[in-house]
Write a protein that binds this ligand. Sequence first.
Ligand SMILES: Nc1ncnc2c1ncn2[C@@H]1O[C@H](COP(=O)(O)OP(=O)(O)O)[C@@H](O)[C@H]1O
Ligand SMILES: [Mg+2]
Length: 255
Amino acid sequence: MLELHKVHKHFGGLQAVDNVSFTVATGCIKGVIGPNGAGKSTLFNLIACNTPLSSGSIRLNGREIQGLKAYQTAALGIARTFQNIKLFSGMKVLECVMVGAHTRGRAGFLAGMLPLPKHRREEAAIRDKSMACLEFLNIADLAHSPTDALAFGQQRAVELARALAADPQLLLLDEPAAGLNIYETAELGRLITTIREQNITVLLVEHDMSLVMDICDEIVVLSSGRKLAEDSPTNIQRNPEVIAAYLGEDHEPAR
Ligand SMILES: Nc1ncnc2c1ncn2[C@@H]1O[C@H](COP(=O)(O)OP(=O)(O)O)[C@@H](O)[C@H]1O
Ligand SMILES: [Mg+2]
């Protein structure tokens, strides 16, 4: 479904993503892991066309998406959540999720300003779909709460609902378990697995290794912008280079 070929992104002299190639097969959950600063979020920004490539190519179902705008990749079926949650302030939860659904709604912007019957039907369908996403994530009771009043875990769930409401074929999740407790993380793992069962392909950036190892079919490891390894979870856990990259960051050397 997704093919990255020799993808580069530099910020001035810094190679944030350096010659990264990999593919994501339809229907899989692929993990992207690596120490802080490895280039994971930048990679997501490139795939969602939130920022342009320096060089290389990214194809979705064979179509080059380089040069598209973020709203265009959203219309092609790429939805995402952000490492730093970005909800719309001053909105109710349901409205916020409906904005996500509108990214693939058919009536255009102008039609949205005219109270045409066709538009009203579409609006009702979008409301129902958005409500169904909230129910799927067990937060339907929050539909009429202001987004600003939500606890952290609830904000993450609303952001995921908004992404799902866009009917994505590819869902990019940037550290969805960050800040969640172990029960919420376990529930998130079950949800992501259920999302995949609905034919949505998932690319998951996550630091919680037990979650990643549990639910991913394949894992790409990035370090300093470069692809260090790409393998099954079992092989990744045994890979000496991967272990070294993580030991370098997270652990005091054994004395
Ligand atoms: N907009 C930006 N301008 C300059 N440098 C950036 C920008 N975004 C990210 N970087 C740098 O690129 C590198 C990779 O960052 P990032 O993709 O956020 O890593 P990760 O998500 O793996 O922690 C870091 O060194 C970061 O400081
Ligand atoms: Mg990041």
